[in-house]
Design a protein. Structure first.
Length: 109
């Protein structure tokens, strides 16, 4: 194992994202076209307020997905940093114990 890598190999600059923005846009626009197709099959005529409300729904859905992705990414990065910090603490305790002459180095200080 190389010296500069931790046993868990957690990169702190890792990018976490559920779906790309293009995928989110594609799914949301597919929902929009499904709604339009259902309205067309049933013979419902949309007025401008109906179209605007559907577009507003799509916009809110995209904004919500972006916020959720940002929150999940932030949580994952924080978790990775905490795990890395815990590994560093264990390594420091091991080094201190070795310097004090403890052979196994894992004894609690």
């Amino acid at each position: 194992m190389p010296e500069n890598k931790s046993p868990t190999n957690i990169p702190l600059n890792m990018s976490y994202q559920i779906l790309s923005f293009k995928t989110k846009l594609g799914i949301t626009s597919s929902i929009f076209f499904i709604i339009l197709a259902l309205l067309g099959v049933t013979g419902t005529i949309l007025n401008w307020s109906g179209i605007i409300s559907i577009i507003l729904f799509i916009t809110i859905a995209l904004i919500y997905w972006v916020i959720i992705d940002h929150t999940i990414a932030s949580d994952k990065k924080t978790e990775a940093r905490e795990q890395k910090l815990e590994e560093i603490r264990k390594d420091v305790k091991y080094i201190i114990a070795k310097m004090k002459g403890n052979s196994n180095g894992r004894k609690e200080l």
